[in-house]
Design a protein around this ligand. Structure first.
Ligand code: MG
Length: 92
């Protein structure tokens, strides 16, 4: 699996083809599909491969959103979240 931000040309192409609003809507839809697949996995209605398919969709949508919102902005937010989590877990 390639790093999330190695697909920048794909993210730019999707924005040029469908536009920013459509990509926000697509992100919401893909997140909803992942949520549904996780619930179905717990009930034994789908297998882990089906969940992986939905996770892959969300993985790429996260990359798309990072591209849209700005990599530095999101990276700074991630660092704050990691610091907070380390604090909660009492990790160095
Ligand atoms: Mg999906």
């Amino acid at each position: 699996m390639q790093p999330l931000m190695s697909y920048r040309e794909l993210y730019l192409a999707t924005l040029q083809k469908w536009g920013e609003e459509a990509q926000y809507d697509q992100a919401v839809e893909e997140c909803a599909e992942l949520i549904a697949s996780l619930k179905h996995l717990r009930r034994g209605r789908v297998d882990r491969t089906a969940v992986a398919e939905e996770l892959a969709d969300v993985y790429l949508m996260v990359g798309q959103l990072v591209y849209m919102l700005g990599e530095e902005t999101v990276a700074a937010a991630v660092e704050r979240k990691i610091a907070r989590l380390r604090e909660l877990l009492a990790l160095p």
